[in-house]
Design a protein around this ligand. Sequence first.
Ligand code: ATP
Ligand code: MG
Ligand code: FE
Length: 346
Amino acid sequence: AAVLGLESSCDETAAAVLRADGTILAEAVLSQLREHSLYGGVVPEIAARAHLEHLPRLAAQVIAEAGLGFADLAGIAATSGPGLIGGLIVGASLGKGIALAHRLPFVAVNHLEAHALTATLPGLVPGGARFPYLLLLISGGHCQCVAVEAVGRYRRLGTTLDDAVGEAFDKAAKLLGLPWPGGPALERLAAAGDAARFALPRPLLGRPGCDFSFSGLKTAVANAVARLPGGAPTETDKADLAAGFQAAAAAVLADRAGHALAMLPGATALVVAGGVAANAAVRHALGAAAARHGLPLVAPPLRLCTDNAVMVAWAGLERLRLGLTDALGHAPRPRWPLEELPGAAI
Ligand code: ATP
Ligand code: MG
Ligand code: FE
């Protein structure tokens, strides 16, 4: 038995087919970077239209690559929130259409749950992750610490009070004149910089709890740029600011993750997900934070950290196993906190 997963909540159009044991039979991701880069960020209407143009074809493609027909599937899982409503409607409607046509169970997958459960995919993460573990979700749209206790059982321990960390990377990069999305470019620039030259703040560092705040750090970069001669950074200034920003962000993430681990006694691991997990300085700081608690840092391969459909199919499989399917009338939810999921009976 296999499940088709569909992802269309933001700017990645993705489809994947997973066997019940977690084996990936086929996967495909189309990033819309090119469509949105002109505007310096994701434009919801453009995203929805791109999903509509590409998702049906990607779904057919992965089914064919898996050597299956839709009728062979055990179910369809489509991201149904949280995210941009236009894209969610495209993916959920396609999923429901296939489910209806082939009389298959439908699972409305919560995107955050899909990120949260990726680390339990058998064989992908060395050793796998056992419940409970701490998930640090760090992407362009999310920045939160989540206690993952079982399928369907999550507690958000902390979240950002303003910007997500990926958003902060992107805004800082923009201030340095880098193209969107700026995170990867900022990391490359930081490699040549002196992180100690500019004294940048580390918001909430050492404070109780595990909430985040990044807008002050971004503003500090803007102020530092404005104070430079002529208000225009040289290449050296840019590299130093990038290094300073990255060091501050990594230190804050590690500090907050450390606090979160202290709030979850019994945690077996610190699991990281989201595009910012690609950052080597961030990974290094998080590894050290986990080690201070005697725990491993589990980082799934990058293609499974960023938005993808493998994680959606896997969350769908886990829900199907528990008999947690959804009616075809299920409406996509642009806002859908993890705590509001129908939980697993323990
Ligand atoms: P969502 O938040 O809904 O999952 P998203 O598209 O914002 O969607 P991802 O695709 O997981 O999230 O990640 C994109 C973010 O990760 C961007 O903000 C990008 O700048 C950041 N990012 C990617 N690579 C790096 C890197 N090497 N260093 C820092 N940030 C990075
Ligand atoms: Mg993305
Ligand atoms: Fe995501």
